[in-house]
Design a protein around this ligand. Sequence first.
Ligand code: CA
Length: 240
Amino acid sequence: MPTSGPVVGPLSARASTILVVEDEPVINQAVTDRLRGSGYDVVQAWDGPAAVARFSETAPDLVLLDVMLPGFDGHEVCRRIQAQRPVPVLMLTARDDEADILVGLGVGADDYLTKPFRMRELVARVAALLRRVERAAELASHPTSDLGDLRLDAAARRVFVAGDEVHLTPTEFDLLVCLAAKPGVVLTREHLYAEVWGWPGASGTRTVDSHVKALRAKIGAERVRTVHGVGYALEPVTDS
Ligand code: CA
């Protein structure tokens, strides 16, 4: 892992609120203490149903979500909270559990961190995800752009394919904006991960692949060219 990461800690004057969902009391408290020490407000939950209830009550800015939980698991929590309101979710998964990682990314998690993790990395990843949300607001000054029959309205965060609106998750939208900035150019998975997720780790390739897969399913596979083992390019397509 890189030794120099993004600046750690909240950037805005208002402290972001983070919901920590973890059934291991020691881990939950250690994460909570560390995040509070970094200036965040933290709300805790120890099982699936409580996580969903706390999410509704406290409207957190980000959710740290363990997968294996009593009640129902982290994937079900993610489905339920994303259905309420789009929110950045960082999943905490067992090391090398590929199935867990892919399911988590498929139900709306933005990224994942494998256990055991270092607190320093956890805080950096939280800061990177929150910064991405802040950056999305800056896109409001960008004009609408057209690539073939794909129309991207960055200000309104809306996407149209051949005139029909396509609904993307916030992460899928940011990924599309990044690809659309350089149409036809192959962007590496590492570059996309650093740009969109705001974290320069090389461990994000599965995260990128999973979100590109979802994006292709929504806007049409032919619009995103895959260069295996390298990266992706957005291709202008015009249906005729
Ligand atoms: Ca657990």
